[in-house]
Design a binder for this molecule. Sequence first.
Ligand code: AMP
Length: 418
Amino acid sequence: MFRPIRGMKDLYGTEINKYNFIIDKARHIGEKYGYSIISTPMVEYTDVFQRSIGDETDVVSKEMYTFLDKGGESITLRPEGTAGVMRAIVTESMTQNFPIKFMYYGEMFRYDRPQKGRYRQFHQLGFEHVGEKSPYTDALLISMASEILNAIGIFDFKIDLNTLGDDKTREGYTRGLVKYLSRHEENLSEDSKRRLQKNPLRILDSKDEEDRKICSMAPIITDYLSKESGQYFEKLCDLLSSYGINYEINSFLVRGLDYYSETAFEFKPTGEGYRDSVGGGGRYDKLLKIFGGPDASGIGFAFGIERLMLLLDDAKFSRCIKKIAVVPVSENENDSAFDLIRTLHNCDIAAEFIQHGNLSKKMKTADRKNCEIALIIGEEEYQNGTLTVKFMNLTNESRKTKVVNRNDIVNFLKYSLE
Ligand code: AMP
């Protein structure tokens, strides 16, 4: 038997209904905020990710699906969406038109240990606002993200907010952090010992128990903020409060990728069930330059679509559109049923032609296909120009069936399906 690759899932039925629902809502809200869709390739030259995300991050050092193509080029399945969008902005010469706002969604790949909410192929829904730097921009983006969560029915979440400051801030902070962490060096994990020299900020992101204990007492970045970064962050906090957006400052939030500066944030569910971050993002100042573009700042975030799906109620998504079953009683009525299906489809009504088996089997099939209403055509209906309408979910026998004139059926259905 063939199996899907570990950590990769087939999405269909309830799952794909949830997926489409999330994308529809997000696209609508994204358009309102001025974002248009971009679709970049799922594979890029490895450098695109390595140079932007950073060698010392878990994503680059452990999780990338990297291989040589037949031409001997090192290529990588995208582990996130921002790098590809930045590469596209530069290679498609869009940098004359700042600010640019793009949204994207699609498959991402990370070779991580699969578990609930963590897959090797998953989907992200992301937004990038490039070429504009102000606390207003950041506040609008965060408020849009909250609006998307609300629109898909997620209200129990908190926003962890932090600032990673500007270069000056991070230089001072890194010195302070290294000084502190060096005192605990022997107890740090091997990864963190190496990162102490190469990229100490990454240690704050470590999942190792002992590292986390040590980090919980580490100096915090807010004590090192430059005047400009301090004012920027303060203004952002004020704006979010005035929008009524609840956030909590989490001084240890550094996010898993190297490219962030200033604003960083993460969305965490607070209700029953799944509790890991469903999305996050932040500001980046150097990404475009890495790809040969101008010195321009951007901000973005991505939701993990599967993680959002975990928070949606299965029952609400098991059936999405209201469907009609067209059921001929015998083969003699097949042509007439076919005709009816065509009329319904022309009127934008979702309908299935149930062709096989006897009447009782056909009704079972209609039920299995989640049809709300069956339109039955037998000899009598055919002769009289009528249809027997059966409401599949009603239990009250007297209201369960109705005979309707075939010429009136479209209006009848439109009314019944509302
Ligand atoms: P990141 O790009 O790491 O900031 O991730 C952004 C969001 O993508 C996270 O908050 C998760 O919701 C989602 N995500 C990241 N990695 C995975 C994964 N392996 N499986 C499922 N979702 C993921």
